[in-house]
Write a protein that binds this ligand. Structure first.
Ligand code: GLU
Length: 474
């Protein structure tokens, strides 16, 4: 795992630097801070797979950054760029991400060196099942141990294979489906997980736009999404949904950057249509009424209100940071801004909504999925009808008292009881709003000017409580 070593090392260094910046504000003992920062375990595997009649050795890794709470949690990425330091950085981020949104898990991440775009479905299935089996064998996957999820290059299909492999090897285990999240709904998944990260990104941006104190002097009109010009890098699961929900709320998606190039239209691009165009033609380029941008990285330097990097790490770095013209950078991806770049961006007055907060919607809904799997019941199943019956009694009482009857549509709206998707979305919205205000409170209390340091500090202090509970005091 050496090809991407420089990038991975840079990423890990950035994450450690971010941690150190925040740790300075903490009163926890230096030893405890060291423990909170350290990666608890790294497990590497190599296994042979037959691909087109040839045997190839595939490398995989799983890093559990923290066991302060169990299970540990984090996605699995499939990419030829997978590198040990990169996965360590991502696992570290997961620990702090979970703490920021009060998801009671430690952080983890996994990776397999395979190109999901050029591999056949058969190969991907073999690789996924074998990687899962290698981890299960060592008790490194399990509902109370470590629970993977989708990440770059993986999705619900891969999670279904992992769950199936786990169930085959742990036949009859009641909580088996809680061994992995991001599964298809038909296999123990939860409604709303697929769009959760993007929806969380939207909720986070919406909170920031309503925060007058934060935006003072930033030359951003109004305090809503209406008319905000957004550029998004990456039209994968996170980028697509983030852009989609922002657009639904009135934003203009003026630019989309992808691997093969980018498109720009100052009047706004229909995200759904652009996604369809890319699926059909294999490229984002040549989309109707939009200008092709040959080098998609140029879009990171293009004038806009909000830039959403939702692809990979280290995208905004020392080479382009000074040229970024966005007023807000909303980190949909993990680690898209390097620590050196951040210094420049902050100096230029750019607000950064940090990954460990902004993209935590995915793991939040993964937590809901895990709860669903442990309880073996769909959310809303027990209460929906009882809720509706009491709303109906209320509506009837209002009609009797006022002597007026409501129309069918009004009634249906008032009587509707919460089902799974309503509960997931409301839980996610509440989580993103609460976490936002906790971070802002830390900024005020500790006189911290950037959100990332405050988010890390909020997380460090929460994790510190676990150690204090064990009697390890500063
Ligand atoms: N891979 C996602 C992340 O980086 C989701 C992790 C999860 O749901 O466990 O946050």
């Amino acid at each position: 795992m050496a090809d991407n070593h420089n990038e991975g090392a840079k990423f890990l260094k950035s994450v450690h630097q971010y941690f150190d910046n925040a740790a300075k504000f903490s009163n926890l003992a230096p030893g405890i801070l060291e423990q909170i920062k350290a990666c608890n375990s790294v497990y590497k595997v190599s296994f042979p797979i037959e691909i087109d009649g040839k045997i190839e050795v595939v490398e995989g890794i799983r890093v559990q950054h923290s066991h302060h709470k169990l299970p540990s949690k984090g996605g699995i990425r499939f990419s030829m760029q997978v590198d040990e330091d990169e996965v360590k950085a991502l696992a570290t981020l997961m620990t702090f991400k979970c703490a920021v949104v009060d998801v009671p898990f430690g952080g983890a991440k996994g990776g397999v060196k395979i190109n999901p775009r050029t591999s056949s479905v058969k190969t991907l299935e073999k690789v996924t099942r074998r990687y899962a089996a290698e981890l299960i064998k060592k008790n490194l996957i399990g509902p109370g141990m470590d629970v993977p999820a989708p990440d770059y290059g993986t999705g619900s299909r891969e999670m279904a294979w992992i769950a199936d492999t786990y169930q085959a090897l742990k036949y009859g285990e009641t909580n088996a489906l809680g061994c992995v999240t991001g599964k298809p709904v038909g296999q123990g998944g939860i409604r709303g997980r697929a769009e959760a990260t993007g929806l969380g990104v939207y909720f986070g941006i919406r909170e920031a736009l309503a925060d007058r104190e934060l935006l003072e002097g930033k030359n951003l009109d109004g305090d809503t999404m209406q008319g905000k010009r957004i550029i998004v890098q990456g039209l994968g699961n996170v980028g697509y949904h983030a852009a989609y929900f922002c657009q639904q709320d009135g934003a203009l998606i003026v630019g989309i950057a992808e691997r093969e190039g980018g498109i720009y239209n100052e009047n706004g691009i229909d995200v759904k249509e652009a996604f369809k165009h890319r699926s059909e033609t294999g490229s984002i380029l040549d989309f109707k009424d939009s200008k092709n941008i040959e080098n998609s990285l140029d879009l990171l330097e293009t004038e806009c209100d909000i830039l959403i990097p939702a692809a990979l790490e280290n995208q905004i770095n020392i080479n382009n940071a000074a040229k970024v013209k966005a007023k807000i950078i909303a980190e949909g991806a993990n680690g898209p801004v390097t620590q050196e770049a951040e210094e420049i961006l902050l100096q230029n007055g750019i607000i950064i909504l940090p990954d460990l907060y902004l993209n935590a919607g995915g793991v939040t809904v993964s937590y809901f999925e895990w709860l669903k799997n442990l309880s073996n019941v769909r959310f809303g199943r027990m209460g929906k009808r009882a809720e509706e019956a009491s709303y109906r009694r209320l509506v009837n009482a209002i009609e009797t008292a006022t002597g007026k009857s409501m129309n069918t549509q009004e009634k249906a709206m008032l009587i509707h009881g919460s089902d799974e998707i309503d509960l997931v979305r409301s839980g996610l919205e509440d989580t993103m709003i609460n976490a936002y205000h906790e971070i802002r409170e830390t900024m005020r209390k500790k006189n911290i000017s950037d959100m990332r340091t405050a988010a890390f500090l909020t997380a460090i202090e929460k994790i510190g409580v676990s150690y204090e509970a064990l009697g390890i005091f500063p």
